[in-house]
Design a protein around this ligand. Structure first.
Ligand code: UT7
Length: 349
């Protein structure tokens, strides 16, 4: 059976840099608070109308294709991971297929939020190992800035997130010493609502009950989004930050150790750990727990904030660009987020 390797990688971030001081114009926050609690100094925001999750993903995809030395028409499957799609439906995968004038290949959208890249990598790995596809384009992109509450009410969430995209091209290799060694995927839906965007959605909720109590069956189609939902911030991401933090610092080391144990490695064998960029404090806790030195962990959250599905490939792409990843290096990627879902991948570069 062939193994899967990352044949090309690229990223795209919007030009517009938004500092912590910039956010102070809209909400009661401070540069000190944001830096102390999260490590974030600035993030990028996409052009309000000129850029979307798909357009940023497409820019990253073009770079990944060029880096792999293949044409868009060589791609035989697209995977797109995001929580901020251009449309409620269809997914962004088909928008990539259209923009890059690809063949009528399959396009799959993945909704696993912060774990989106590792989940998508795992799916791609199965398709390549089985021999079904030879060139998979995996795109991760987020335009968070279009759906955040910039009032003080939403400050615990809004200061964290930023926009950006990254993409990889995955191909088979017969080299047994190279490529994706294993992926490990997990979920626990018990706390699904503590990091979630509730509306628009089809679940029955308090705001619906209040506003639509008098509706008859013929009017039910209007219940998807209401003024009350908007007034009560139901259309913004909601997060119990401390609860997520507490779980993340347990699950990150656990899923990293699972990947290492599965392959007979120990933490000291890791050449570079690329954790999902949720909070620098979480990454530092994980680093300490595993006993890794600073040069063994790659973080870029200070520049981009949390770009959810894009965060790991964006960090990997920058690490490659900066020469931090060399042939035969053992890379570990790990994520934890909404769902909860968490995941890890071990890759021999
Ligand atoms: O990638 C998805 C997964 N997400 C995560 O992994 C996020 C995990 N959680 C976190 O990173 C942290 O919990 C946060 C960065 C979100 C928050 O940091 P915290 O140290 O847990 O703060 P907190 O939520 O406990 O809030 C402490 C105080 C509160 O004020 P009081 O009640 O002590 O007066 C908040 O209202 O900080 C206040 N606060 C802020 N103050 C200034 C919350 N957000 C802000 C803000 N600026 N942006």
């Amino acid at each position: 059976m062939p193994k899967t390797f990352i044949a090309g990688i690229g990223h795209y971030v919007p030009e517009n840099i938004v500092t912590n001081k910039d956010l102070m114009k809209y909400m009661d926050t401070s540069d000190d608070w944001i830096q102390e609690r999260t490590g974030i100094k600035e993030r990028r925001y996409a052009h309000r109308t000129g850029e979307s999750t798909a357009t940023m993903g497409i820019e990253a995809a073009k770079k990944a294709l060029a880096n792999a030395g293949i044409a868009a028409t060589d791609v035989d499957f697209i995977i797109f991971a995001t929580l901020s799609p251009d449309y409620y439906f269809p997914g962004c995968g088909v928008l990539v297929q259209r923009a890059l004038k690809m063949k009528e290949i399959g396009a799959l959208d993945i909704r696993n939020q912060c774990s989106g890249f590792v989940y998508a990598l795992s799916v791609a790995d199965q398709f390549i190992k089985s021999g079904m596809y030879k060139n998979i384009l995996l795109v991760c992109s987020e335009k968070h800035s279009f759906g955040l509450d910039f009032s003080t009410r939403g400050r615990n969430v809004s200061v964290i997130f930023g926009d950006g995209a990254a993409a990889v091209v995955l191909q088979p290799t017969e080299d047994k010493e190279r490529g994706i060694l294993s992926t490990h995927l997990h979920s626990d839906g018990e706390s699904a609502e503590i990091l979630a965007m509730y509306n628009p959605g089809t679940h029955a909720n308090y705001w619906m009950e209040q506003e639509f109590a008098h509706f008859d069956d013929a009017e039910i189609g209007q219940m998807f989004m209401s003024h009350a939902m908007i007034e009560n911030a139901q259309n913004f991401p909601n997060m119990d930050g401390p609860a997520v933090f507490k779980k993340a610092v347990v699950k990150f080391p656990e899923v990293i150790m699972e990947a290492l144990n599965y392959n007979g490695y120990k933490p000291s064998d890791i050449d570079l750990l690329i954790p999902h960029q949720a909070n620098l404090r979480i990454a530092q806790f994980v680093q300490q727990k595993l006993g890794l030195s600073n040069d063994k962990v790659f973080n870029n959250i200070e520049k981009y904030g949390n770009t959810t599905a894009a965060s790991i490939p964006l960090a990997l792409s920058e690490a490659v660009e900066q020469g931090r990843v060399k042939k035969d290096d053992l890379l570990c990627m790990a994520a934890f987020g909404s769902g909860f879902t968490w995941a890890s991948a071990l890759v021999k570069w």
